[in-house]
Design a protein around this ligand. Structure first.
Ligand code: GLU
Length: 469
């Protein structure tokens, strides 16, 4: 049973990289019958904002990753952290350091000059038999944790394998500032322990924090969880993903007409795979996902793939669902008598909900202009004559035109009898009915619009001679 979490810092929108690690954490918790929690890391008050917090929660709602229990806010837990700082001071695993900013700067400068890693030199670290400097007047101390001074800090990363850090890479870092506020790595470790995390799945940009956090776990006698550090998402040329490569804010995907299941499917595959399988329903993901199969190398963002997945999901979800989704784009088909036919037809070619709406509108809206290149190519001298004939044929069958098969049944012989080729008839009809040549099957459009509308649009085009002015 895995207990996992997502722990965003609310400094902006929810990034797709963050959504991917939360999806992995969510899947692993749900799959194992565990718990998935949300913790907002809002201690850096200067960089936090309320809107960002709301944005993160809204994005979670949109994709449907539900978390267990209350959202935890680090900003409300200062008193808890102070209790643990006191425990460490009491058990001797942390100490007060009165080094002034100037002394610290001088120490750093010396280390830099000697090309050494900047690290605290242990001046105030208590040791048996060591005499500490005299406590200066008027200096509020910081609290430092006692980190090991020799040996290694090791853990088995679920993605990267055995990890080993030399103890000298971690110094006695500050766990509380002179104003008493606890620091980042300290609160993350305390929270993860108190929230009883078993598995921490996060971006590998946090890898270097892990040895520090392990020092905190050990100092407080907490069990160290299992870590999975997930490689970054890069752009197709292997560089850091940027706004130019695709949307970064999860909610932009909603605004661009993606379905949340397509985005989740896309993200699960960015960094994890199960053979050649590309389409993963939530059920599939829950059955198959295992964080120990997360790829060891960075993955490349592929916008085409996302579009393809989205078109597959648009085809697969119910029309009722599409009707709901289209409302967000100000299209309400809930009472349209031909909604099923309209959507069945339009969804075949739509890659996004925006394209779906455009394609529905292309049928429903009377064209305001005709595609000039199409007119030039397909509207010939004899077009008018056979279109008029065709209108007569439709009129004779007007009560049956709702039936696509019937439209086809009367149209095919008409084409043969008049010695036409399909595009000769269909392209002028498409242009007259929708304004362009890209519309889907003419039979379906006729069945959706019915005789009166079809006839009126055809007559109109003939009257204008397919001209825009
Ligand atoms: N708050 C950190 C971030 O937003 C994540 C911390 C963690 O996962 O341990 O990058």
């Amino acid at each position: 049973m895995a207990i996992t979490r997502f722990a965003p810092s609310p400094t902006g929108y929810l990034h797709i990289g963050g959504l991917r690690t939360s999806l992995y954490s969510y899947l692993w918790a749900r799959k194992t019958g565990g718990e998935f929690k949300l913790r907002i890391e809002d201690t850096d008050t200067a960089r936090n904002n309320e809107d960002a917090m709301e944005a993160i929660i809204n994005a979670f709602d949109w994709v449907g990753l539900n978390y267990d229990g209350e959202v935890l806010y680090q900003s409300k837990r200062t008193e808890i952290y102070k209790v643990y700082i006191d425990i460490l001071l009491d058990n001797g695993n942390a100490y007060k350091c009165y080094m002034s900013r100037e002394e610290l700067d001088a120490l750093r400068a010396g280390q830099e000059a000697r090309k050494e890693n900047p690290r605290y030199d242990g001046t105030w670290r208590p040791e048996d038999g060591k005499v500490l400097p005299e406590i200066p007047q008027g200096v509020e101390p910081v609290i430092r944790i006692k980190a090991p001074t020799s040996g290694t800090i090791e853990f088995l990363d679920g993605v990267k394998g055995p990890m080993k850090f030399d103890a000298n890479q971690v110094d006695d870092f500050v766990i509380a500032r002179s104003n008493g506020m606890p620091t980042y790595n300290f609160v993350v470790a305390v929270d993860d322990a108190l929230m009883e995390m078993t598995d921490i799945i996060r971006g590998d940009d946090h890898l270097s924090n892990t040895p520090k956090q392990i020092v905190v776990y050990n100092a407080l006698g907490f069990k160290v969880p299992k870590f999975y550090h997930v490689p970054m998402i890069n752009n197709p040329s292997g560089k850091k993903l940027s706004k130019r490569d695709g949307a970064m804010d999860v909610m932009d995907y909603k605004n661009q007409g993606y379905l949340p299941e397509a985005l989740l499917n896309f993200l699960v595959r960015l960094g994890w795979s199960n053979g050649d399988q590309e389409i993963f329903s939530m059920e599939d993901m829950l059955e198959l996902f295992d964080p120990s199969n997360i790829n060891k190398s960075a993955s490349a963002y592929n916008a085409e793939k996302l579009l393809w997945l989205n078109s597959e999901y648009i085809k697969a979800v119910s029309n009722d669902r599409l009707i709901q989704e289209l409302k967000f784009f100000d299209m309400d088909l809930s009472h349209h008598p031909k909604r099923t036919e309209l959507l069945d037809l339009s969804k075949q070619r739509a890659q996004t909900l925006i394209e779906l709406k455009a394609s529905v509108n292309a049928i429903l809206e009377i064209p305001t202009s005709y595609e000039e290149s199409g007119v030039k190519k397909f509207v010939k001298e004899d077009t008018k004559a056979f279109l008029e004939k065709y209108i007569n044929l439709l009129e004779k069958n007007k009560d049956d035109l709702y039936d696509v098969a019937k439209v086809e049944e009367i149209t095919k012989p008409f084409i043969t009898e008049n010695g036409l080729k399909f595009p000769q008839l269909f392209q002028p009809i498409r242009i007259a009915l929708t304004g362009g040549t890209q519309a889907p099957s003419v039979y379906d459009i006729i069945a959706i619009l019915g005789f009166n509308e079809v006839s009126s649009r055809l007559q109109n085009a003939l009257k204008r001679n397919f001209q825009n002015t």
